[in-house]
Design a protein around this ligand. Sequence first.
Ligand SMILES: Cc1cc2nc3c(=O)[nH]c(=O)nc-3n(C[C@H](O)[C@H](O)[C@H](O)COP(=O)(O)OP(=O)(O)OC[C@H]3O[C@@H](n4cnc5c(N)ncnc54)[C@H](O)[C@@H]3O)c2cc1C
Length: 494
Amino acid sequence: MEKKPGNVILIGAGIMSATLGMLLKELDPGISISIFERLDLAASESSDAWNNAGTGHSAFCEMNYTPEKEDGSIAISKAVKVAESFEISRQFWTYLIDRKILPHPEDFIRGIPHMCFVSGEENVNYLRKRYAAMVPNALFEGMQFSEDKDQIMSWIPLMMEGRSSHEAVAATKMDAGTDVNFGTLTRSLFNQLQQMPGVTMHFHHEVKTMKRISSGKWKLTVKDLSDNKKRTVETDFIFIGAGGGSLPLLLKSGIPEGKSFGGFPVSGQWLRCTNKDLIARHHAKVYGKASVGTPPMSVPHLDTRVINGEQALLFGPYAGFSTRFLKNGSLWDLFGSLRWSNLKPMIMAGLANIPLTRYLVSQVTQSDTERLDALKAFLPSAKAEDWELEIAGQRVQVIKKDEEHGGILEFGTEVVSAADGSLAALLGASPGASTAVSIMLNVLEVCFASQLKQDHWQDKLKIMIPTYGLDLAANPDLCRETRSRTAKALLLEE
Ligand SMILES: Cc1cc2nc3c(=O)[nH]c(=O)nc-3n(C[C@H](O)[C@H](O)[C@H](O)COP(=O)(O)OP(=O)(O)OC[C@H]3O[C@@H](n4cnc5c(N)ncnc54)[C@H](O)[C@@H]3O)c2cc1C
């Protein structure tokens, strides 16, 4: 019989650790959990509201999830997966609200239409085909498509004003879209976790090393950053949810499964609108199409946000390059992650991604005027004085070994776990926080496999996430019923 982890260490106080901690505590109230966070506040890195775009990724507007195939048809399988994952998150949050574990839903989630906007005949044709491929699926029911300029003007007036009348344009609109403040959500989850018996949170504590000891447990060295004293702690199970800091810790764990991974940091910037009239006149998350040869994280979007009850507007992201793995990290992070075991994958992935490097260099060297030009493609009448530059969160894209190419760069997320399930690490950043619940369920399936088979875990999971294990795309009625139930609970209905 598999040994039951009696105590768990979560490294990092972002949305991933918060979600895993809450899932574990709900499934097994007796489990003890210690959380170590190097900063003095939860969700201060990628999960903070201004460090990410707050899009509840449901694939309604992200055209990078629906590529055009060689035969001209549109592949929607990735979009279906992302949309289903977000429905899982919505169900878990609904469960936590029903039990008063999470506060008022408007504190962290709002209904905001998700839109695609394209210009030029080729892109208009693509969007028309995308809409036709998606709308029959219950997950994308309700999506509207228009090539009519008056109709689009009524949806997004700011984006249509000042645009040439000769330009072919098209848009889709999905009213079921959301804006999520993952910072507030994360802090609310930790506030509740901290009050549960057996949970301890240690801010200002940085995990430095970890090694397996003869008892089969893990021994971690943790530094208290307020007095620089180090101490050791032991545990049965470690989750490395350290965001950009996960890769160095995974490498330090020495598990063979993690040895060949590398990371490529990409920083981000937004333009944040300071003009209250403009902010009030836009009410949608509008995603464009990434230019050919640019990475998925470069997809431009003009985004309505609601942060601490206030409506805001941001445009971006503008990518950049920094050798830091965390916004609050060190310039040595990238060099410190180099090992003999990951050098070849890193070099091969680098050589295969020269266009990405070129793109990042062009982004880093961008002038204010060039940034404004990119915004003008979205908002033709944009003026520089209405916008200010903000630094977004840091992403570390996953580089992994590949038999054919030596090494490949990936833009998704990857859970890497030890063969005995005693350690799991989350690498990568996309689709990210929106899919935290599905990703953490995946950690449970791999690392808590025997407990998950037991009736009481299965019964509890069905209460928390009634569609767990079911295929929503193949069950249109269940999909509609689930979305409508969670929309009511999360106050997303108009
Ligand atoms: C520019 C940008 C835009 C994004 N937009 C979206 C979006 O619109 N929608 C979406 O769903 N997702 C989005 N994401 C992705 C999303 O933000 C992340 O996937 C998610 O926040 C990651 O959460 P996390 O808990 O893994 O990491 P984080 O929130 O980064 O938390 C990791 C924590 O670990 C701590 N830590 C690091 N090292 C150590 C150590 N050694 N010891 C102790 N603590 C440590 C850090 O201080 C940090 O608090 C975006 C990300 C970026 C960068």
